[in-house]
Write a protein that binds this ligand. Sequence first.
Ligand code: HEC
Length: 317
Amino acid sequence: MLERKNTIPIWVWIVGAVLVIGCIFAGYRTIETRQRLEAVKSKLVSVKHSAAKTAAEADAQINELQIKVNQATSEIGQLRINLDTAQSQLKQWASSLETMRSELESAKQSAAKTAVEADAQINGLQTKLDQATSEIGQLRNNLDTAQSRLKERASSLERMRSELESAKQSANRAVVEADAEIMTPLEREASTPKGQLKSPFRDFASVAEEGRRKYMAAGCNGCHGGGGGGGMAAPLTNPIWIYGDDDDTLFRLITLGTGKLSPDDAFKKHGYKRKGSEFVVGPMPHFGEIIKTDDDLWKIIAWMRTVHCSRRVEDRC
Ligand code: HEC
């Protein structure tokens, strides 16, 4: 132990020296570190201050933001409601569009079906039209035939018409000639030489009734009685013929009248003279123009002859 106290080994020195140096260095380092920490601390303090400030500002901003967030939230809620409404609206629209689409689809299908049916009908009609056209053609041919036949018929009718026309003309001529044949008793008397007037009626009885009517119409009955038996003038039924009983004498007597009642005394001038005499003696008026035709007068004379006593079975003269 002593040895050790006496001699301090070198290595202790060295170690001591190293320790001393180390301590010095460590002390220095500690100071330096302390200073550095101080600086860091003050920096941290200022950082802390600014952080506090920033935190307050951040709080305020956070508050503002919170308010905005709240507003935004409520707006979003509103918008969501609106969106929901819009969505349900859209859903309704979509379903009604779907309905429309399906209706249109069925309409399209039925239209397509109708179009097909219409095509078929059009085809049918076209066929009928073709048939009708050919029938019309046939009818047109028939009509042409009928028309040409009618033309023939018309031209033969035209021929008949012209034949009838000429027949009518000759008939008219015949009537005019026949008219020329008809004369008043006066004309007939004047145009016929004495003694040649002759009744066309051989069969008195056949025209007697007609003659009686004309006798009455002319008014002969006023003087000679309805049955010709006489009155204020001579009877036509008795056997006496004052001037004669032949056709010519009787025709001229009735036509011209007698005595003063005969124009220009024509009857007497013809040379007729009274042959017999009746209880009534006077002139007889002339009837040559009162009686319209010689034919009528011949009928009256025919009737007179039928009532004359020479012809009556029951009452002979
Ligand atoms: C106004 C009277 C009167 C009328 C109307 C009259 N007569 Fe006479 N008729 C006489 C008289 C009168 C005599 C005699 C004439 C004579 O002696 O000259 C007569 C004579 C006659 C005779 C001759 C008779 C004989 O016995 O020979 C005949 C026929 C006759 N009349 C026919 C007719 C006819 C027909 C008519 C009608 C168309 C007619 N008379 C109208 C007055 C009339």
